[in-house]
Design a protein around this ligand. Sequence first.
Ligand code: AMP
Ligand code: MG
Length: 402
Amino acid sequence: MIRVEEARQLLLTIVRSMPAEVVSLRNAIGRVLAADIRAPLPMPLFDQSAVDGYVLSSRRLPDGSYRVVGMIRAGDIPPKTIQSGQAYRIFTGAAVPPRAYGVVMQEHVQTTGERLDVPADRIVQGSHIRKKGGHFKKGAVVLQRPALLNAAAIGLLASLGKQTVRVYRKPVIGLLVTGSELRKAGTVLREGEIYESNSSTLIAALESCGYSVKQLAFARDRMAEVERQAKRLMKVCDVVLFSGGISVGDFDFVLPVLGRLGVKQLFYKVAQKPGKPLYAGSLGRKIVFALPGNPASALVCLYEYVLPTLDGMQMKPHRGLVQVGLPLASELSLKADRDQFLRARVVHGHVEVFTAQDSDNLRSFAESNTLVFVPAGVSRLSAGEQVIVHLLPQQEIVASNS
Ligand code: AMP
Ligand code: MG
């Protein structure tokens, strides 16, 4: 059995980047840039006013004032020049005429008809003018691969007139749920049967991280059935997740099926709680995870192993859950035999660890916003002691685009 850290390191060795694809900016949020972006335009595009006010020539009239000779609105073509003693009423974003001296804010001037008086200390050369190319010149690299496209990055691309962007393709994900005891909601349960929940859990978790399951299949605990569905998913998916059937029971067929399909085992069983019977393997560039069937184990393994792998395939600069150090709200005693991911809640900057940590219990998980990682060997932690928490995704990301 390997440790959590070894398992993570092994996964890094099989992650390959997905090919690139071109998507519209509308579908680019959360995607990863696959090619550097050079500016086709300088930014700002032309000298423009940063305020509402008056643009002035470099010289005043003999009486020390200026004469307002016109108005330049945002979007107007500016006059060819501004002559000595002249001023134009100007608005934020409007183009400044060539050879203008500076812009003065309207709050700082006095006007009487066409006459404009500007206190000497309110105007210096270039004041309130956003210079052409002041942010970057044409041809400059403004975003570098593999940048994560956040809202501002998408806005930046839009400001350069881009409609599409080259990003890494998202892996096509398949999920095969195994278990003869599992029934869909809406059916009447017979004794011994339960409602199937892992597909709902795992799909929701993936969607909250920007991924979607493209192929969902179910199989009873029969070798032929598991094999048939697994074969189909392996053909059309980049990543195949199995739920259940990976333990040591007589009816756990996932491991032998993966062997028969030629999947190369990367690891099987991790010294962790929950989620010990976790399997990872690969077939060519395809990656397979067999997640334990216990609901909390499956979800922890999805967050801790599947998510960083999917992020890695897209070359995301940050992979997996965000990790931070935070103080414990109260003392904690643990069995120290395995690495642990404890369901917990961060409240006012302190970590409250739930008592219920059974691998089949989703109740406390439902109230969690974080997983606390405690390495094997630690049996006691005091209140106020720093622990590493892995923050669970809080916001919903609509995984509408592939
Ligand atoms: P397994 O890993 O298949 O041995 O399953 C371990 C435990 O998780 C058993 O109690 C199963 O009934 C339960 N389980 C497995 N798959 C699911 C599922 N999709 N939804 C809900 N419970 C499940
Ligand atoms: Mg099972």
